[in-house]
Structures are given as structure tokens and as C-alpha cells.
Design a binder for this molecule. Structure first.
Ligand code: 13P
Length: 253
């Protein structure tokens, strides 16, 4: 059974003080990790303090990015080994904002996926569909190629642990979420792609999230779809109250 995964991606928002307050505030209101897993991805500058204030909480403190080497002459980069040593369990890899503004290619993203797994963390691999949809209407082959490239060389054992997020760029930060049918179609396609690469058994274990203008209003419908195992919320994860509602989506209508 796939445990639902409700993640927040703060991007480059909030202050350290707000981050610590957030973690403390949501702690008593989160579901148990074996019912719904919850995660917040934050700036690497906040992670250590957030972890310190997160004791006895099911929340997974998550990184938004890392480099693909553990150490070396890479000024300004974030070491996956250092994240792992700090107690980070999950790392977002290949968010569309990283692809767009920082020129991350499928090859770089694949290297990052391996680096995260090698450091015993779980990659949350994002794939979008902007270019396909805008350029030639072939958004599905764009998604398939991103997923296929990201997991290249990943063993079956590791593949079963990864999380994939389907995040159409046109739905990110726009207030225009994909419809439940569009979101399910994208997540279903990703699962079929994983089944082709690995097997039905492995694809059935991999959690696939939808991201793009998720709110307390649309989460319940999204989570009813068979191939949507969770969400990655941006804006809605910045408020503790909203994040608590997302985490407890099972009690929303
Ligand atoms: P929004 O929820 O603000 O659209 O952002 C989604 C996102 O980018 C999650 O990674």
C-alpha cells in the first residue's frame, strides 16, 4: 500500500524565525507518518534549525535541491552528504524552476538522483511538461522523456523508494491547477512509464504526486484519483494553518 505523501515546497520564502515557528506550530496537528507522510522542503540555511525544533514530529524536513558530488571545489553548492549527515531524509530534484532558471538538464538531474540515493536519502523527482505543451502539443512524450532520463541506472530496489512529482509548469504559481482528470492522466502516464522501465510491481510501489496550485479546495478531489498518491504544494504550504489542512485532507470535503 502506498502511504499518501503531502509535501510543501517553500522555495525561497519565509525567514528562519518563521520556519522554526511553523515547525513548532504544526507538530501536534499532523497525522501519524504511517497514515499520511508529511514533508516541508526549505532553504538549506533553515534545515538544521528546523530539524532541531522538529523532535517528536512526523514531519520530514526536506531539501529543495543539492549538488551531485559530495565534496570538492564547487563554490556555493550544497553537498548531499552534508544534508544526509544533518538528518535530511528527502531532497527535491529537478524542479521546473531549477530546470528553467538554473539550466538543469536531464543528465544533471539523473546525477543528482544517484547522489541522493547514494547518501541514503529519497529523491522527489519533479517533471513538468511546459515545453512539449507549448511547442508542439506533445506534452506526454516530454514527461516520459524526463522520467526515463531521471531514473536511468537506478536499481529496482532504489526505484521502489523514489517519489515522482508531476508538476505542469502552467499550473505552478498560477492559481490554475490542472483538473483532477488532467492530473490523474499525467500521474497514470508516469506510472505506466515506470512499469515499462521496471515492472508493474515496482511501479505500484512508487509514490507519484501532483503539484501546481494545490489548495485546501482541490486536494480532496485530487487525492481520490487512483494514481495520485500525494501533492507538492508551493504557496499553500507557506501558512501553517493551510498546510495542516492539506496534511489532514482526509477530513476535508
Ligand atoms: P504552487 O503550489 O505555488 O503552484 O507551487 C507548486 C510547486 O512548485 C511545488 O513544487
Amino acid at each position: 500500500m502506498r502511504i499518501p505523501f503531502i509535501g510543501g515546497n517553500w522555495k525561497m520564502n519565509l525567514s528562519l524565525e518563521e520556519a522554526i515557528k511553523f515547525v513548532e506550530e504544526i507538530k501536534p496537528k499532523l497525522p501519524a507518518a504511517n497514515v499520511v507522510e508529511t514533508a516541508i522542503a526549505a532553504s538549506p540555511l533553515f534545515l538544521e534549525s528546523m530539524i532541531e525544533h522538529n523532535s517528536d514530529s512526523p514531519l520530514q524536513i526536506t531539501a529543495e535541491n543539492c549538488f551531485y558530488k559530495n565534496c570538492g571545489a564547487y563554490t556555493g553548492e550544497v553537498s548531499p552528504q552534508a544534508l544526509s549527515e544533518m538528518g535530511v531524509g528527502y531532497v527535491i530534484v529537478g524542479h521546473s524552476e531549477r530546470r528553467r532558471y538554473f539550466n538543469e538538464t536531464n543528465d544533471i538531474i539523473n546525477k543528482k538522483v544517484h547522489a541522493v540515493l547514494d547518501n541514503k536519502m529519497v529523491p522527489i523527482i519533479c517533471c513538468d511538461e511546459t515545453m512539449g505543451r507549448l511547442d508542439n502539443g506533445d506534452h506526454f512524450s516530454w514527461v516520459v522523456s524526463q522520467v526515463t532520463a531521471a531514473v536511468q541506472g537506478v536499481s529496482e530496489d532504489d526505484a521502489a523508494k523514489i517519489i515522482i512529482a508531476y508538476e505542469p509548469s502552467w499550473a505552478i504559481g498560477t492559481g490554475h491547477s490542472a483538473s483532477t482528470a488532467e492530473a490523474e492522466e499525467g500521474c497514470y502516464l508516469i506510472r505506466q512509464t515506470l512499469a515499462d522501465i521496471y515492472s508493474d510491481e515496482i511501479a505500484d510501489q512508487i509514490r507519484i504526486l501532483y503539484g501546481g496550485s494545490v489548495t485546501e479546495k482541490n486536494i480532496a478531489a485530487l487525492m481520490k484519483e487512483p494514481d495520485i498518491d500525494g501533492v507538492l504544494a508551493g504557496k499553500a504550504s507557506l501558512s501553517p494553518n493551510e498546510f495542516i489542512k492539506l496534511a489532514n485532507f482526509q477530513s476535508l470535503k
